[in-house]
Design a protein around this ligand. Structure first.
Ligand code: FNR
Length: 388
């Protein structure tokens, strides 16, 4: 019989009979607590907090409790299939790692981007690499091995620089371009503001800028010789406020499939698709940008309906395998694991992240086995109901 994700559970109990306990916690709360202990205060503040009073961030998580999977009996199968197709890529799992600008500094050696890439290589879980990385995108791609990676673009105001990033990513072997729409300016984050805490202002996670010939041309000296001047230039050019017209030049600059991240309204999904976008990414940035919004899970069904055959990636509030199954049942093509993966990274780098991803997949697989939905297609057959 093929190995199933759920086997992780039996593996843990088996090791327990020999006195070996799991190296890392299996539940999200403990990973968050222990990962937080491993982070310096300034990094923890940046990772943990949301915008405003955190309403949207909490609502994203709470929304999962308002949906329930309906158990069906006598439909359990020893072998489940959680694989998906995405832009011609056959992926062994329906989860992915969303782009996170500071993942590079979540490990103590400050090569977190490489640790995440290696975890992607060994689990088959793809990562969407942020524009804001601590290692240059060209160094990260090879560490992903055979697992395809996607590149996320924060579109700078300098169009030549934006095109340079896109083409560098394509040349480096990334398999898709994710254009983030909801972050052309940083949201109001009181917890970070209280401590004037913004890692990028100190030159962190700027490798793609500092290694780019278009960016370097804008500076009087090499960025490594005058970090404050390079950061000041970065602040000047960061964050082009995109309009739909921009998708003409973005489309012309690459053959990669293009996804738009930050979609919450069916009309925006339709508009993007009419313009030739290949994938929709339903997300509200985990409540880090605009506060006071609707939970992303609650808008997912309408976005999926508007997208038709176009794949819909989803994130915001996903903390467990159960959450993954609920998002799949509501029509997501693939589901992005939230902040917990950063805590795992801080706790034990690649090793802890692989452990965490295996735990999420095992929980999802067991839930689908027990509830009688052996494939993702089965989950689309009235598997989920509103609870309240
Ligand atoms: C992010 N996110 C993000 N998104 C993006 O498109 N580019 C980026 O560089 C970042 N950076 C980033 C940093 C940190 C510290 C966090 C927590 C998040 C948003 C990310 O991709 C995703 O949308 C959210 O993390 C999902 O919300 P939850 O599940 O973490 O609450």
């Amino acid at each position: 019989m093929t190995k199933q994700f759920a086997d992780f559970s039996a593996e843990i109990y088996q090791a327990g009979t020999k006195g070996t306990l799991p190296r890392y916690p299996l539940d999200a709360e403990s990973i968050e607590r222990k990962g937080a202990e491993a982070m310096p205060d300034w990094l923890l503040s940046y990772v943990a907090s949301g915008s405003g009073n955190g309403h949207t961030q909490r609502a994203n998580i709470a929304a999962f409790e308002k949906w329930g999977i309906v158990p069906r009996m006598c439909n359990g199968r020893a072998e489940r299939d959680l694989s998906i197709d995405l832009f011609g890529m056959r992926l062994p799992t329906p989860i992915f790692l969303p782009p996170v600008g500071v993942m590079g500094i979540c490990t103590q050696d400050f090569h977190g981007d490489l640790a995440v890439a290696r975890a992607a290589a060994s689990t088959g879980v793809p990562v969407i690499q942020s524009t804001l990385s601590q290692d240059p995108l060209e160094n990260i791609a090879p560490a992903m091995g055979d697992t395809p990676g996607l590149f996320q673009l924060y579109t700078p105001k300098d169009r030549d620089l934006a095109i340079s990033f896109i083409q560098r990513a394509e040349k480096a072997g990334y398999r898709g371009l994710v254009v983030t729409l909801d972050s052309w300016v940083t949201g109001w984050r009181p917890h970070d503001l209280n401590h004037a805490n913004f890692p990028q202002a100190h030159g962190y996670c700027m490798a793609n800028f500092f290694t780019d010939e278009h960016f370097r041309k804008r500076l009087a000296t090499a960025p490594e010789d005058d970090i404050p001047a390079a950061v000041a230039e970065w602040e000047r050019i960061f964050g082009h406020s995109l309009t739909w017209d921009d998708f003409t030049w973005i489309r012309e600059s690459t053959d990669l499939p293009i996804l738009v991240k930050g979609i919450n309204h069916p009309d925006d999904a339709r508009h993007a698709i009419d313009l030739g976008v290949d994938g929709i990414y339903c997300s509200n940035h985990g409540g880090r940008q605009a506060n006071g919004g609707v939970p992303t899970l609650d808008v997912l069904p309408a976005v999926v309906a508007a997208a038709g055959d176009v794949p819909v990636l989803f994130d915001s509030g996903v903390r467990s395998g159960t959450d993954v199954v609920k998002a799949l049942a509501l029509g997501a093509t693939a589901v992005g694991i939230g902040r917990t993966y950063l805590y795992a990274l801080a706790l034990g780098g690649e090793d802890a992240l692989v452990h965490h991803l295996r735990a999420i997949l095992a929980e999802a697989d067991l839930l689908m086995a027990l509830d009688g939905y052996p494939t993702i297609a089965d989950l689309h057959n009235n598997a989920i109901q509103r609870v309240t």
